[in-house]
Each structure stands twice: as C-alpha cells, then as structure tokens.
Design a protein around this ligand. Structure first.
Ligand code: CA
Length: 265
C-alpha cells in the first residue's frame, strides 16, 4: 500500500478580478483534482466547482461500496464514471440557467488508492511527475492548437504564439458527454506529482523549471509555485496541488520505530 499526501494553493493572479479555478486535495481517499472553468464570469466558477464536487462525491461513493481494495481496472472505471458524471452535471446545470449557458471546465484528477495510481484528464490543465530528479509532463493538452501540431499542420513555435492557444478541443460540461483520457500510473515511493491550471504552466519554459520548487517541503511547495507564476506575470488564475507518494516499506519502518506493532495489510 502506498500513501499519498497532498497540499494545494489557488490564487487569482495579478490580472484577473475573480478566480474561476477550483481544486480538491483529499488524502483520505487519495483524490486530487484541479479544474479551470470557462464560460464568462459566473459560469466558469460554477462549472469548475460543480465538476470537482461531483468527481469527489462519485469517487467517495464508489470506494465506499467497493469490497476490499478495488483492482486497477475497477479504479479506472470509477475515474471514468466520475468525469462523465461531472460532465452531465455541469451540462444540465448550464441548461437550467441562461446566465450559465455554455459553461464548462477543464478537469485533471489523480486518484491514488491501494498500490494504484490513476490519472483522468480533459482539457489543458496538467499533471507533472518529479521522479529521481527528472520532471515530466504526464498529460497531453486537449487544445485545438496542440491537435494541429500533432497532425503536422503547425510548428510548436507558431503554436506558442497563436492567439487561439487556449481554445479547448475537449472540455467537461460544454456537452452532455465527454471522452476523458484515463491512464493507470506506476507509483514509486518518493514520487512528487503536481497538478496545475494553465495559470502556472503558461509560465514554464520546460518541465525542468519545476525540479527546484517541487523538491521543497510539501507544505512550502504550492505557495512557491504560485509565487513563481505571479513573478512571471500572473496573467491568469493559478492553482497548484503537490502530492507526495510514500511507500509502505518506509511506513512500516516508521511504525516499528515508534514501538507499535502493526500487521502489514
Ligand atoms: Ca486558466
């Protein structure tokens, strides 16, 4: 069994007047979610909050009825259902209120349970992994521009300058259905994951920029990353969650040293 510990921070940034990002870091179920709302003033905030709440409620309910530790396949199905339920909820809330019409959100989630890690992702928020001193982007942006780069119609340099850089090819709640990327991850004790909205990733020149701030103590890393984005301009809302994976082996050593005997689950 691995254990996960997360710490998050969200900031309006230096340009925007409201924060349309939402996040959740719940160690009790190993669930970490970042959502960046789209669709005007009220809409974006409502969409990102609702999507995070529905994902959390779905995962809570799914784990509560599971018998024993769910398999990786069962967790993949649960993560997919959670994102699909969020899309249905946001889409139907948008249909009930003209002010919220067209709202939607990005959604990037990490679920760590038993020995399994699952990533579920829609949009252009991101998941990064720092392992053995190397930082790597795990998600793939669902933007129109990224699609053009991958099909060879646009080069990466022009893509960065494109005024349509943030037009999403996929989002949660702008339609009743959604196709999330749901991917199992192999976990290693000492891994540091980071989930973030584009208010941080837009200011990164390379994943390697993250090595130093992500190596800070867990309770300092999110604030340091928010500060990094604000010092680079703070052009958008900034949301960051840093998650540390701790192994069962380290854990059993700690328990033995404390003089209490635990049976390994
Ligand atoms: Ca944003």
């Amino acid at each position: 069994m691995v254990e996960s510990h997360g710490a998050g921070a969200s900031d309006t940034g230096k340009v925007r007047t409201n924060n349309e990002d939402s996040f959740l870091a719940d160690d009790s179920i190993g669930l970490y979610v970042v959502a960046d709302g789209i669709g005007g003033h009220a809409g974006g905030e409502v969409a990102s909050r609702l999507a995070v709440d529905v994902v959390a409620a779905t995962v809570h309910a799914g784990l509560a009825v599971a018998q024993g530790t769910p398999t990786t396949d069962a967790l993949i199905r649960l993560a997919r259902t959670a994102v699909e339920s969020a899309a249905e909820a946001v889409f139907s809330a948008a249909g009930e209120n003209a002010r919220l019409h067209g709202m939607g959100t990005t959604l990037t989630a990490l679920l760590i349970h038993g020995d399994s890690g699952i990533m579920a992702h829609v949009g252009d928020s991101r998941l990064y992994l720092l392992r053995d001193g190397v930082a790597k982007q795990m998600t793939h942006d669902h933007t129109v521009v990224q699609g053009l780069v991958e099909s060879g119609l646009l080069n990466a340099q022009d893509a960065r300058r494109s005024p349509f850089g943030h037009a999403l090819a996929r989002s949660v709640g702008t339609e009743a259905t959604v196709e999330p990327d749901v991917v199992p991850l192999l976990l290693k004790a000492g891994d540091r994951f980071m989930l973030c909205s584009d208010g941080l990733s837009d200011h990164l020149t390379a994943a390697a920029d993250l090595i130093e701030p992500l190596s800070l103590p867990l309770n300092e890393a999110p604030a340091a990353l928010v500060r990094f984005a604000n010092e680079a301009g703070g052009t958008d809302n900034i949301t960051v969650i840093v998650v540390e994976v701790r192994g069962a082996d380290d854990d059993s050593v700690l328990r033995r040293e404390s003089g209490v005997h635990f049976v390994k689950r």
